[in-house]
Write a new protein. Structure first.
Length: 318
């Protein structure tokens, strides 16, 4: 029996894939399946993968490789991997990241022990230009739906790669990314998962290592396509929660709207008027969204009335 299927999208990661794949092939869990999705990568990532497979011959029979004829994006790569998975549980690993050697064994054992639909781990932020790292710890002392209901006060990181999903649960509720939405694609998965999950379990002593590219982080955040993806994500959340009569999502969605528009501040062609008008229906909830830091919360509230403080800040930056 395959206990865990790991979905690994591959695109332009030749610098990092060696470390990622070694951490996957050296997992202490034996009954594991690796699904590598070649998203028409333009570099030699697949050649690196082929050499690594030869180094770990005992893993060959556990590997599926899916090839895209054209680049389809991260969300579609994950969808195809999920649809091909045969394991009792599904995990995701980005091909520039890496994991502790016993992570999937511990996640699997915890999921079996607790019968949880969703089992999570902590993660460590690693940086391309810094020698430092930062561990992110999340504790859930409530039900999944309570955590979701309180997200505007106490936010949590909802990346899919920190989660182990029961495959039957994913298929039952059709919990999949939105095709071609490659920014915040995790949000369209984990928020519905938290709504439907029976409980969350957590492992504390093994982690996922998340690589952050210091050079591209700010530039990528403000790209128009990625901002459009955030807006599509919010449209999806509004649609998803619209018929959930047992869940008042106004504060939750207002939090994500304010988070989405905050990236406008990193744009080189920042427009104060657009900032003021974008998602203006969320402004009345700003002071109640405690997940936004105190100073930012009040800055957002003031600028919902007048854009002068932000225009002044932009002038001072120049």
């Amino acid at each position: 029996m395959i206990k865990v299927s790991v979905v690994v999208p591959i695109y332009n990661v030749s610098k990092y894939i060696d470390r990622c794949v070694r951490s996957l092939f050296e997992q202490t869990l034996s009954e594991i399946e690796y699904i590598f999705v070649d998203d028409c990568t333009p570099d030699n990532s697949m050649e690196v993968l082929a050499k690594l497979i030869e180094e770990y011959p005992y893993r060959k029979s556990q590997i599926q490789i899916i090839h895209h004829e054209t680049n389809q994006g991260l969300a579609c790569s994950r969808i195809d991997g999920i649809k091909s998975a045969r394991g009792k549980y599904i995990a995701h690993c980005d091909s520039d990241d890496w994991i502790d050697v016993d992570l999937y064994e511990k996640l699997y054992n915890k999921a079996e022990e607790t019968d949880a639909d969703l089992t999570i781990c902590d993660f460590v932020c690693e940086y391309t230009l810094r020698r430092t790292s930062k561990k992110i710890v999340t504790n859930f002392n409530c039900t999944p739906r309570q955590a979701l209901r309180n997200m505007h006060n106490e936010s949590f990181y909802c990346m899919v790669w920190r989660c182990l999903f029961r495959r039957e649960f994913v298929l039952k509720y059709n919990i999949l990314p939105l095709p071609h939405v490659d920014m915040w694609e995790d949000t369209c998965v984990t928020l519905p998962a938290f709504y439907y999950a029976n409980q969350i379990a957590k492992v504390n002593d093994s982690v996922y290592h998340y690589l952050i590219n210091d050079q591209s982080m700010c530039a990528n955040s403000a790209r128009p396509k990625l901002y459009a993806d955030r807006k599509k994500t919010i449209e999806y959340l509004e649609s998803f929660f619209s018929d959930k009569k047992d869940f008042d999502a106004k504060l939750l969605i207002s939090f994500w709207k304010m988070l989405a528009k905050s990236y406008m501040l990193t744009s080189s062609d920042f427009d104060p008027i657009r900032w003021q008008n974008e998602y203006d229906e969320a402004h009345k909830y700003i002071l109640r969204i405690h997940a936004i830091p105190f100073k930012l919360r009040y800055l957002y509230k003031i600028t919902s009335i007048t854009t002068y403080p932000i225009r002044l800040m932009m002038r001072l930056k120049k």
